[in-house]
Design a protein around this ligand. Structure first.
Ligand code: CP
Length: 308
């Protein structure tokens, strides 16, 4: 049973096909309006979410399907001690596909191994967030017209930012993507991504603490929030939370066609004064996420033999 737990579960060709399908859905939404009639998506969210859960739900509804699920683990039987495996087996009796977010790294993989329906990782702890990556790739491709030969800066919490880890894994498979890592020393990219992905694949990267110095080089700037929920003590969070705040003044040296992304939610990392700048693409990114999740639901349900 094909699931999506890690972006590397899909080949580059499969990812490109998904992006093509998403582009086609954007151009021809009516064509897809009944594709998932009588099919059910279960959204099992053991951690808070606005975008991921609601965009999955909107995606399934726009495909003609329906949605069941929970958005608070306290309202599910996990609060009574039920395991992720048992939950996945039970939901397989009710739904056709699962989207799961969980604070524990690896929980969606455990669910996929137990379920008899496809499982989508909607974010597992500080580990991965492959559907955000699909949204990021679609946004970059629509804004830049390509996924190769460009420089992307990742700025903020690169240690706990799962969207950064997934996107770096994905971009490492395209030609000549140069990576600039901008973070405080305490929030540097973990070695399992730096050594095992960037260095192993010979990807050009630099590390810095200074956003303004590298700003003129960037084609894409991926801002991130400092992940409060992953810190062990509040003092460290308070000290690091405002390490980078993007303001119009800091953009003066940026390229005129810079593409500014942020997986959201935003706290302080991007001044609202930037929202009307044509280079601000983070709300377009939100919309791209819904369309690429529609494409993903279609692909996994087709491969499971649940739709034609
Ligand atoms: N980008 C993202 O995952 O947002 P939510 O946490 O609101 O789902």
């Amino acid at each position: 049973m094909k699931s999506l737990i890690d972006i590397l579960d899909f080949s580059v060709e499969e990812v490109n096909e998904l992006l093509d399908t998403a582009d086609d859905i954007i151009a021809n939404p009516d064509k897809y309006a009944e594709c998932c009639k009588r099919k059910k998506l279960a959204t099992l969210f053991f951690e808070p979410s606005t975008r991921t859960r609601l965009s999955f739900e909107a995606a399934m509804i726009e495909l003609g399907g329906s949605v069941i699920g929970f958005s608070d683990a306290q309202n599910s039987s996990s609060s009574k001690g039920e395991s992720v495996s048992d939950t996945a087996k039970v939901i397989s009796c009710y739904a056709d596909i699962i989207a799961m977010r969980h604070p524990k790294e690896g929980a969606p993989l455990v669910a996929a191994q137990a379920a008899s329906i496809p499982v989508i990782n909607a974010g597992d702890g500080g580990h991965n967030h492959p559907t955000q990556t699909l949204a990021d790739l679609l946004t970059i491709r629509r804004e830049k017209g390509k996924l190769d030969n460009f420089t992307i800066g990742f700025c903020g919490d690169l240690k706990f930012g799962r969207t950064v880890h997934s996107l770096i894994n994905a971009l490492a498979r395209y030609e000549n993507v140069r990576i600039v890592l901008i973070s405080p020393d305490e929030l540097k990219l973990p070695s399992y991504v730096k050594t095992d992905v960037l260095e192993k694949k010979g990807i050009t990267y630099v590390q810095t603490t200074d956003l303004e110095v590298v700003m003129p080089e960037l084609d894409v700037l991926y801002m991130t929030r400092v992940q409060k929920e992953r810190f062990f003590n509040e003092e460290d969070y308070l000290r690091l939370k405002d390490s980078y705040i993007l303001t119009p003044q800091k953009l003066t040296a940026a390229k005129p066609d810079l593409c500014i992304l942020h997986p959201l939610p935003r706290v302080n990392e991007i001044s609202v004064a930037i929202d009307d700048d044509p280079r601000a693409c983070y709300f377009k990114q939100v919309l791209c996420a819904k369309y690429v999740r529609m494409a993903l639901i279609l692909k996994l349900l087709k491969e499971a033999g649940k739709i034609v």
